[in-house]
Design a protein around this ligand. Structure first.
Ligand SMILES: Nc1ncnc2c1ncn2[C@@H]1O[C@H](COP(=O)(O)OP(=O)(O)O)[C@@H](O)[C@H]1O
Ligand SMILES: [Mg+2]
Length: 297
């Protein structure tokens, strides 16, 4: 962890070392010690990592450099890394809100912007990949076992393990069904997409491993559902627009349904017994999905 004060000091030093003018201003007025602290300085955004999070910083700097050079033009991009000195990552500051803010403010184009950005990002590495249920089944068995032994405490454990068992039963018939893989984002929330009025920018890259790209689409879709529940907007319309803009036609519908179940169970498995309001809203949304079989992605 690093305090805002310590991080500001490092950020100021990094600016001086690069001969850059200006003083770092905290993005949030007050921020508790965290893995990283954010500042602006002129046209730059500085992300200062805690000493024990340097490896994360390094991963973010290299992955962001790769993505930014591949998505350097057009309406869907990533900001290039201006410098990374081991602890401070500098990049252009995007002048505009994140998509969660824009959506809360009622902009109806947000689901389309999010879906198109994700399509452009996955297109960099996506390829066909016959579906392999085994890793999913391993995880389902593992997590159901933990819950049965009370090594993992979840809300309504009986219902949880029953859904795990159904998913395990469903899995084997899906072997080799059409599906894809790509280097996914892995934290694809609306807060990690910024819009400057003409370009949508993705940020917060770190992951370099391949997975099912629908995992990212699920995270985005769940963000719309939970934000809509809290704000009373129409999530059906948002999800239709998101899916249409993303446009996946390479995954078998049954694989898609199975993945939805697994990702929903993942959210349930990681909801604390005393959930925060946001955890609670996500749990309500995924339990509804599991109960109705509704198509989220
Ligand atoms: N390049 C940038 N330009 C403008 N705002 C940014 C930029 N990078 C981050 N932010 C703002 O800071 C927030 C957190 O940054 P992020 O890199 O996602 O850190 P965290 O790891 O805390 O999620 C973003 O949601 C966005 O509001
Ligand atoms: Mg983020």
């Amino acid at each position: 962890m690093i305090s805002q004060r310590e991080a500001r000091h490092l950020a100021a030093g990094a600016l001086r070392a690069h001969g850059l003018p200006g003083r770092p201003k905290a993005l949030k007025w007050r921020s508790a010690p965290a893995q990283a602290q954010l500042f602006t300085a002129g046209n730059l955004l500085l992300k200062v990592y805690a000493p024990d999070a340097r490896a994360r910083g390094q991963r973010q700097a290299s992955r962001q450099t790769e993505v930014a050079s591949a998505l350097a033009q057009g309406p869907f991009r990533a900001p290039p890394v201006a410098f990374f000195d081991g602890q401070t990552l500098a990049m252009p500051r995007i002048a505009g809100p994140d998509l969660a803010t824009l959506w809360r403010d009622g902009d109806p184009t947000v689901p389309t912007l999010a879906g198109l950005w994700l399509r452009a990002f996955h297109d960099l590495s996506q390829h066909r990949f016959p579906f392999q249920p085994v890793p999913h089944v391993k995880w389902l068995r593992h997590v159901a076992g933990q819950v049965e032994k009370q090594d993992r405490l979840v809300i309504d454990p009986k219902a949880f393990t029953a859904v795990c068992a159904e998913a395990i039963n469903q899995a084997h018939a899906l072997r080799s069904q059409p599906s894809t893989r790509a280097i996914i984002h892995r934290d694809m929330t609306l807060a990690n997409l910024l819009y400057d009025g003409s370009v949508t920018w993705g940020i917060d890259f770190e992951n370099t491993s391949e997975d099912a790209p629908l995992r990212d689409l699920f995270t985005l879709a769940l963000d719309f559902v939970t934000l809509c529940r809290r704000n009373g907007c129409d999530d059906g319309r948002a999800l239709t627009d998101l899916r249409a803009a993303y446009g996946d036609n390479r995954t078998a519908p049954r694989v898609r349904e199975f993945l939805t179940r697994c990702y929903a169970l993942h959210v349930w498995a990681n909801t604390p017994l005393a959930p925060t309001p946001i955890h609670h809203a996500r749990l309500v949304a995924v339990r509804r999905l599991l109960a109705t079989g509704e198509q989220l992605i």
